[in-house]
Ligand binder design. Structure first.
Ligand SMILES: Nc1ncnc2c1ncn2[C@@H]1O[C@H](COP(=O)(O)OP(=O)(O)O)[C@@H](O)[C@H]1O
Ligand SMILES: [Mg+2]
Length: 380
């Protein structure tokens, strides 16, 4: 019984000694500096490795008497410390014995050890701070560089997307001038009106392209939703690109539903989607022999949607590209910008519709746009 008690006491002492050794070894080997003071900041304990951060050895620190000499005045509010039990993460700039500036992160805690009431743990975070600073500088630089890249890509795209309608405006104006000059009295009022209205549509288009681009980079402008006949929109666009198609030797065949329910859509935006799809289809047939450059535009409807299909006999889409088609700036063309389909999708989605490239086994490609039917008020 006695033996057992003695044995227990011995092992308890052993454990205590081991624990003290463990503490000493730990304290001596960590790079954090630890101090104990009373409420007035007078040292009760100074860790042996204080020099690692501060450059002073423990005796030198002891002669300073108060911890404020080392960490500066007003480190924390004593009442707040007593109320909370601890204050974490106080950052301080300190000067080491050699005059070096260091940043330390200080954790203060209420204790009751050998007359000491406050425990300070100081960690040197100078390197961390430098790394953080470098990192945020690098991030800023990167953000700046990628913004610049984005801006220049956008500039290129604005130029590209605008030059096409501008060229058409110019051609149409020249034709109008020619008609006015050459026909004199035989001038047909309707001919001129048609050309002028095309010019007006094209310039509207330019304005819309700019605001679509703005829309892509965050600012949203509301759509001008009206009752639209998809067949009419297709015919309008086909008229706009008729000359271009002739020049490129592409036949555009329209296979339009005989009667089509209306949709609610922004006319110019819808024109833009149809135009983008047809121009892409024409581009895809560029390397075909003249007789095989065919684009077919179809419309149809079901119970709840109107569908537009644009297919071509062109190069087709590889499985690899299929997933990227609608990404901003994805292009396989030397003169391409890769915004057409991205814009088309954002327009389709803004109308509650969808646009996608069909899986196809044969040559060429097929794109589909679906828009929800306009809900007519039910007559009572
Ligand atoms: N009808 C099509 N046939 C084959 N590939 C197409 C077709 N339409 C689009 N693509 C592919 O999708 C890419 C992105 O199209 P788009 O967003 O309009 O940009 P861009 O026409 O400027 O390249 C094209 O570069 C092309 O690789
Ligand atoms: Mg395109």
């Amino acid at each position: 019984m006695t033996n057992a008690t003695d044995g227990g006491r011995t092992s308890a002492y052993g454990a205590l000694r081991e624990s003290e050794e463990l503490h000493r070894a730990t304290l001596g080997n960590i790079s954090d500096a630890v101090f104990l003071t009373d409420d007035a900041g007078t040292y009760v304990f100074i860790c042996p490795n204080v020099d690692v951060i501060f450059g002073y050895d423990p005796d030198e620190v002891q002669t300073m008497l108060k911890i404020s000499r080392l960490l500066g005045e007003g480190l924390f509010d004593l009442a707040e410390l007593k109320a909370n039990g601890e204050i974490r993460n106080v950052e301080r700039e300190i000067t080491t014995k050699s005059g070096e500036q260091r940043t330390v992160l200080i954790h203060v805690k209420c204790v009751a050890i050998r007359g000491a009431t406050v425990l300070y743990t100081c960690r040197d975070i100078t390197e961390l701070k430098h790394a953080e600073r470098d990192l945020s500088a690098a991030r800023l630089e990167l953000a700046h560089a990628s913004r610049l890249a984005l801006v220049s890509q956008l500039m290129a795209s604005i130029v590209h997307e605008i030059v096409q309608p501008l060229t058409a405006i110019q051609t149409n104006s020249e034709v109008a001038l020619h008609i006015v000059n050459s026909r004199g009295k035989n001038l047909r009022h309707e001919d001129l009106c048609e050309i002028l209205s095309d010019i007006s549509d094209l310039s509207d288009g330019v304005t819309r392209i700019v605001s679509q681009l703005r829309g892509l980079i965050g600012k949203h402008k509301s759509l001008d939703l009206r009752t639209i006949d998809m067949n009419r929109a297709v015919r309008d666009v086909m008229r706009l690109i008729h000359t271009d198609a002739l020049r490129r030797g592409v036949t555009i065949h329209a296979d339009l539903a005989t009667s089509l329910p209306t949709v609610r859509a922004d006319r110019i935006s819808l024109h833009q989607v149809i135009l983008n799809l047809i121009v892409n289809a024409m581009d895809a047939t560029d390397h075909n022999p003249m007789k095989e450059r065919l684009v077919i535009v179809r419309t149809r409807s079901s119970d709840d949607i109107v569908e537009l299909e644009v297919s071509d006999t062109g190069s087709g889409i590889s499985a690899d590209h299929r997933t990227k088609l609608f990404e901003v700036f994805f292009t396989t063309k030397t003169e391409g910008v890769g915004l057409g389909l991205a814009i088309a999708r954002s327009i389709a989605e803004a109308h509650g519709g969808r646009i996608w490239a069909e899986e196809r086994s044969g040559p060429g490609a097929t794109f589909r746009l679906t828009l929800p039917l306009q809900h007519e008020p039910v007559a009572t």
